[in-house]
Design a protein around this ligand. Sequence first.
Ligand code: G1P
Ligand code: ZN
Length: 543
Amino acid sequence: MTILTIPTGPIEGQKPGTSGLRKKTRVFMGPHYLENYLAATWDGIGGVAGKTLVLGGDGRYFNDRAAQVMLRMAAASGAKKVIVGQNALLSTPAASHLIRLRRADGGIILSASHNPGGPDGDFGVKYNVANGGPAPEGVTARIFEATKTISEYRIAESQDIDLGTIGTARLLDMEIEVVDPVADYQALMEKLFDFPAIKALFAGGFRLRFDAMHAITGPYASAILESTLGAAPGSVVNAVPLPDFGQGHPDPNPIWAKALMDAMFGAQSPDFGAASDGDGDRNMIVGRGIYVTPSDSLAAIAANASHVKAYAGGLKGVARSMPTSRALDRVAERLGIDCYETPTGWKFFGNLLDAGRATICGEESAGTGSDHVREKDGLWAVLFWLNVLAVRKVSVADLMAEHWKSYGRNYYSRHDYEAVDSDAAQKLVDDLRARLPDLPGSEIAGLAVESADEFAYDDPVDASRSEGQGLRFTFDGGGRIVLRLSGTGTEGATLRVYLERVETDPARMHDDPQEALAGIIAAAESLAGIKERTGRDAPDVIT
Ligand code: G1P
Ligand code: ZN
């Protein structure tokens, strides 16, 4: 077997975003594209010689090919070992767990998360570090630098490795261990949650519908929820992962998981509904006739942690991304623990979790997790809810009604304007940034502006500073608007507008969120002139 050294040159635009490098699948399949990025990754992490890495992906189109390339390149650069999920599959949380469990040096996750897959969809590559979490900004910056100076890469010339069979193989001097993608993850869940209590819940006739959206969580959910916990056969729907996710958009929100919403709001609806995304780190929670926003789910999880085995000893602290609603802050205050506010993206939670400052964290974008891994974890959130419902013997609707009564309700919604002209979107943000100093004290659409600034984060653990993390505006009476541009889109720019308002009067807590937020929505429009500047009448996605 020989090692080939292939001459290449820098390719524009290989800058990792919020969560690794995401591009159109066809771009990734272009000459040298994937190879350049992997070689730059090796460079950015100080080489792979002698290292052990984990490899897996969400099963989308090109996952299998990309995995073979990764193995050949790792072997050619002297990696000691790669632990790979069978058929190159691993959910993102399972990959994070495997890195930690095996004390690997890091891992490569092949995924574009909730973005659609297929030859015309998206693909992505993400590097996670030894704590199991996404590479911090210092590392991704070095990777990006390396993409700009690359002149060659090394790759082993070999046949495809059989990744369908559990066991070990060799490629040059590198060991390849193919493992069951579910087993270790399931063992971790059994440690965290009260499986007998959840089993008893299902045995008592509790009905579940889990929509795996033809993505990676299917095998995990079938094994854990149906085979182990005894949910009725067929409770997990769309359970078989497909390379194009069945032409769907594997993002668990009321828009893309509409079939689940219909089932949960229809006659004879199950007791509990849930969904997860392409790579299994996001979740959506729905009760009979009630959708729980991710921000509310995060707050409810923290508030009910004392009912769950692994967390009953108390939370060290909690953390949320800045645009996530402040419902969590109210729970933290009651519990007398710290609540950290971080920039968007899971990587910012890593230090807080490692340092034992936070136990549970989450984002408004359907991400919830804890210190059990260093990624958000969709199935973990679902099991957490099931555990709470099993112990407390209440419905989702009753639990949330009680929560709002006790803490107040943070009405929340995110409006996304997708594939907007990049220059127009950038100008909108730049113009608004220029006006920040003048806004406090002024009135926008009848609301008094209390503060206006651009969020910057000083990491309390490593003292690193991250600037330019979103424009935020607060209003007298507890309203808030946040605006930022997405760092995961692959087409033009995506403008995200986050809207929030607090209601403490129990008599008024049951309005439709869009109606309850009408004043804040009007203020956002008047503040930023979104319609005129984007040329859109309405958001593309409302969650
Ligand atoms: C989006 C979400 C963010 C999440 C990320 C990766 O990033 O908003 O919360 O961490 O996907 O799943 P964005 O496109 O907003 O940069
Ligand atoms: Zn994801």
